[in-house]
Design a binder for this molecule. Sequence first.
Ligand code: GRF
Length: 216
Amino acid sequence: MSRRRKVGILISGRGSNMQALIEAAKDPNYPAEIAVVISNRPDAKGIDFARAQGIATEIIDHKSFESRGAFDRALDAALERHDVEFVACAGFMRVMTESFVASWRDRMINIHPSLLPAYKGLHTHERALKDGVTRHGCTVHVVRSDVDTGPIIAQARVPVLKSDTAETLAERVLDAEHKIYPRALALLVSGAFRIEGEKLTATSPDIKLPVIIPAH
Ligand code: GRF
């Protein structure tokens, strides 16, 4: 098997997607290893889980930096210290500077709780329910400097039920997130596609992009 690629995970909170990635990377055949988990919030729950798993962690508290740029430079330095090759944002609630995004271009991905391009931004479940949509879901995409944009690697769809509240819908979407994020990261780090501008091209005819997991 080819070398496992080193991934840094960025979190701000609970870290359930981070946990799904850590669990996936326990399989020696998984193409990525988690080199470091970095949180911008000292109280992020996910950090405890990562530590307990023996994974390197760093807290880089955005409040102790005078500018976004200074914070991003510290983040970049930490990723370099851990020899990170790819970055997975997992509930990382900071808008990044253009130069940080540029330095990780095509090597940084994010998971978002909607079927992008629908419902960029926050409160996606509440907004989907308000609109009365029957289908919702989540997306893993390559990060570009405009928030929640970038080439889409994978989406999972979930049904919206009449009885749903934002909480029950969030739970169903989160289950789907935990399935697609490890798959999408594996595709990225194993070179399953090339990224040309905003277009993804699979390197093998067996792979159809974006990967779509249908609602069931
Ligand atoms: C997830 O819904 C993710 O899609 C969004 O923020 C939430 C993070 O949850 N970006 P967790 O910290 O991974 O549990």
